[in-house]
Design a protein around this ligand. Structure first.
Ligand code: PLP
Length: 396
């Protein structure tokens, strides 16, 4: 119900459907009901112990006071090195801001660049918070449906949506929720269009290092003359299983980063001090931990897609991130009803596709992050429940 004390901007914000699913699962678990959770968007791994140990040492050494608002220089230097290796783009530490995860980074980037009336084109389905962040800036989110066959970008559709109000394009590759990785050709086309129509790019690269089948996720900032019109948002949440630490970063041209830094300062003053030591450790130590995690995700992905094949649920094999986005078009119920049914009948939690925008409807998102055993158990239960649905002729 509308409250007269609450601003219209906040009143209009919708809480994330993923968080709602999270709360539903937590409620069931608190009642002692066992649920297998395929809805959660985090690695089911612990943060590597070296990162924890260095952070504890930092606390013991008294690193408990404010740092500079854009983050410790040593961390920004380590980020610069990592970007050069992973994304092939050379930044200066003055072009980096350490953020409270990708969430704060994306929020401040959007609020800094978009004014009321501006349009930003976003591939649909999309990460659930994007629309809220864009609306909060008073700007307009223009959803661009991904191609259903392979969840690739529809470049012709993109061209049609560009007009005099278009200011930005938001891309997220590897993509949540589909696991799609945008091709070199697709990104090149976007780069060309952004230069032709003078558009800025916000590139959410939070899953960049998590890819399969020798697929490489390319940063659009690495294309000629693109660094100057791109903001990269990245985070430690997924790559290093540090989602609860709340640390990430933005990389952008200095004149843009200086503007973003003002808003960032107004919101958080500075990132958490000892957490930044954990982040430095993550970047500077052996990256074998990341390789091991990806190898395990690869096993879990295989298991998941084999079960989906058995269930005859059509899907596009994910090339990155740790999600698969099967279609439920063969059933005559909505994605929300489908997710509720699975929770009720199989005690399995998935995210309804409509949580990610209109183009997500008639799909569900499954995270293949839970343990191998949980995936087996959960997907067997899901398979039985789906058979039940088919028997009851819920499908047309
Ligand atoms: N962007 C995408 C596509 C995500 O999936 C997430 C988290 O799930 C985020 C940004 C924000 O992550 P964090 O704030 O933990 O870095």
């Amino acid at each position: 119900m509308k409250n007269k004390w609450v601003s219209q901007k906040v009143e209009e914000l919708k809480s994330s459907p993923i968080r709602e699913e999270f709360d539903k699962v937590a409620q069931l678990k608190s009642e002692g009901i066992e649920v297998i959770d395929f809805s959660i968007g985090r690695p089911f791994f612990d943060t590597p112990s070296t990162i924890k140990e260095e952070t504890k040492r930092a606390l013991d050494k008294g690193m408990v006071h404010y740092t500079g608002s854009t983050g410790i220089l040593e961390l920004r230097n380590a980020i610069v090195q990592r970007i050069l290796i992973d994304k092939g783009v050379r930044y200066d530490p003055g072009e980096i801001i350490v953020t409270i995860g990708g969430t704060e980074g994306m929020f401040v980037a959007i609020q800094t660049l978009l004014s009321p009336g501006d349009e930003i084109i976003v591939p649909d389905p999309m990460y659930a918070y994007y629309k809220g962040w864009i609306n909060y800036a008073g700007a307009k989110c223009i959803p661009l449906p991904l191609k259903e066959v392979d969840f690739s970008l529809d470049i012709e559709g993109l061209k049609k949506n560009i007009n005099s109000s278009t200011k930005m394009i938001l891309i997220n590759s590897p993509h949540n929720p589909t696991g799609s990785v945008f091709s070199h050709q697709n990104l090149e086309e976007i780069a060309k269009l952004s230069k032709k129509y003078d558009l800025f790019i916000l590139s959410d690269e939070i899953y960049q290092r998590i890819t399969y089948d020798n697929c490489k996720a390319i940063s659009i900032a690495s294309f000629p003359q693109m660094k100057e019109r791109t903001i990269i948002s990245d985070s430690f949440s997924k790559t290093y299983a540090m989602d609860g630490w709340r640390v990430g970063y933005l990389a952008a041209p200095r004149e843009i980063i200086n503007q973003i830094a003002k808003l960032h300062q107004h919101i958080i003053s500075c990132p958490n001090t000892f957490v930044q030591i954990g982040a430095i450790t993550a970047l500077n130590r052996s990256q074998q931990i990341v390789e091991d995690m990806i190898a395990e995700f690869t096993r879990r992905r295989e298991l998941t897609i084999n079960y989906l094949r058995e269930m005859i649920l059509p899907f596009v094999t994910p090339k990155g991130a740790f999600y698969v986005f099967p279609s439920i078009k063969g059933f005559s119920i909505s994605s929300e009803e489908f997710a509720d049914y699975l929770l009720e009948e199989a005690r399995v939690a998935v995210v309804p596709g409509n949580a990610f925008g209109n183009a997500g409807e008639r799909h569900i998102r499954l995270s293949f992050s839970p343990s191998y055993e949980e995936i087996e158990n959960g997907l067997q239960r899901m398979g039985k429940a789906i058979k039940g649905l088919r028997k009851n002729k819920v499908n047309p």
